[in-house]
Write a protein that binds this ligand. Structure first.
Ligand code: NDP
Length: 401
């Protein structure tokens, strides 16, 4: 029985709070706090209707450590689930240290003025969390998150050494809009317009944005054009699995989506620096977010599936082995259960599951951890029971040499 705070009131937070309410024996008191309190109140009302569980709500600016510290000291939670934006990771970690609260997030810290993805800022908190006797769990969504746990599960049960890892992320859903992103547009567009990067033979290799692609066949979906991207879990996975000779990440994009993206970039709407507009400072990508469809509102007419997994090769008992582990998630089923589409669902369910692992004593330790450092078995067991079951295939055709 533990008190918990969720920060952020977007699509992912909506799913997290639904899942916490479904496990109210462990999450005995839930406070949902975000910049706009009315969004927290709307989620709380829906939860009350569906599960008769009371959710407290509050306004907080998570860029301000003193506001967070006051909130934490008033409510005294055991754990904070940060599903606001990556910009707030460090201020929330600082407030956790000041108030003696444990921490969990789903995306690594990014400075606002530079689209730069690396764990160094958060790994630098290792000694502080250790000394304080607190735990910080980083990257506990689907990717990063479940893909990292899938890799740990494969390494634990099916390999002596893993050598080649390809993370494959397919969204084969259709929301009926000409262009929309599936989670926060600003964060999403910053991520996919970056240079591609992969690990091979002990060093990082970079590629021009979205320049490397191939057809990949996804289970029950078929072939989709998939593009090599840099994704943050690669950084911690190559550190925690040093036998990896190559690690890559692939994501599907339709041609229509890529054409819109190219236009957005070419006309300067993906810029993250401030410009002067009629005497007012605006950041083009933030303005774009205001006019694009709200990812939270895509759910209603979203059909199709997501399919995310890991294709791994290595050796077991000196013999070559290949292993493919994945989850397929239906947009419609996610919407019917929580009012959010599958991209929010596949992020929110693992965040609740990580919190459940921590509060039930299955994932413990003082310091800062990436999820693949913990035991994957209880996590995957709980995740499967919570709406995201997984499948795997040994020595099938994983399509990658
Ligand atoms: P949304 O934009 O829908 O929601 C973000 C929420 O954070 C909003 O409610 C926003 O408030 C709130 N917020 C923003 N700034 C502040 C602040 N300074 N103080 C308090 N609250 C703030 O995002 P999503 O729900 O789509 O994504 C949430 C997180 O999940 C992101 O970090 C994203 O990167 C991560 N993610 C991780 C994935 C994974 O698999 N690991 C996949 C998808 C997302 P307001 O409502 O006022 O704007």
């Amino acid at each position: 029985m533990s008190k918990i705070i969720v920060i952020g009131a977007g699509g992912v937070a909506t799913v997290v709070v639904h899942k916490l309410a479904q496990n109210s024996d462990i999450f005995s008191e839930i406070l949902l706090a975000s910049r706009t309190k009315s969004k927290c109140d709307a989620i709380a009302q829906d939860i009350k209707k569906r599960y008769n569980v009371d959710i407290k709500t509050a306004a907080v600016d998570a860029d301000k450590v003193p506001e967070l510290v006051k909130l934490f000291n008033d409510f005294r939670p055991k754990l904070v689930i940060n599903v606001a934006l990556p910009y707030q990771d460090l201020t929330i970690m600082d407030a956790c240290l000041e108030s003696g609260v444990n921490y969990l997030d789903t995306a690594n810290y990014e400075p606002k003025d530079e689209a730069h993805f690396e764990y160094s800022w958060q790994w630098a908190y290792q000694e502080k969390f250790k000394k304080a006797g607190l735990t910080a769990i980083l990257g506990c969504g689907f990717d990063p998150g479940v893909t990292s746990v899938f890799t740990a599960y494969a390494a634990k049960h099916y390999f002596d050494e893993i050598h080649y890892l390809d993370i494959v992320d397919c969204n084969a859903g259709n929301h009926g809009k000409a262009f929309a992103t599936n989670f926060n547009p600003e964060i999403n567009i910053r991520e996919i317009t970056q240079e591609g990067k992969f690990w091979e033979n002990g060093r990082w290799h970079t590629t021009a944005p979205l320049s490397v692609h191939r057809q990949i066949c996804y289970p029950e979906i078929g072939e989709k054009d998939s593009y090599l991207l840099y994704h943050e879990e690669l950084e911690s996975l190559v550190k925690n699995f040093p036998t990896l000779r190559r690690a890559r990440f692939w994501m599907t994009f339709g041609q229509e989506y890529l054409t819109h993206l190219r236009v957005i970039q070419n006309i300067g709407m993906a810029r993250i620096d401030e410009i002067d507009y009629n005497g007012q400072k605006i950041v083009p990508i933030q303005f774009l977010k205001a006019v694009l469809p709200n990812p939270q509102e895509l759910g209603q007419n979203y059909t199709g599936w997501t399919s995310i997994g890991c294709r791994i090769r290595g050796i077991k008992d000196s013999k070559p082995v290949s292993f493919y582990i994945y989850n397929n998630c239906s947009h419609q089923a996610a919407f019917e259960e929580t009012g959010a589409q599958a991209v929010s669902y596949t992020t929110g369910v693992p965040a609740m599951t990580g919190a459940y692992m921590f509060l039930t004593g299955k994932w413990t330790g003082n310091g800062v951890y990436n999820v693949e450092e913990f035991d994957p078995d209880p996590f995957l067991e709980k995740l499967s029971k919570s709406g995201l079951p997984f499948n795997f295939e040994i020595n099938g055709n994983i399509e990658f040499e």
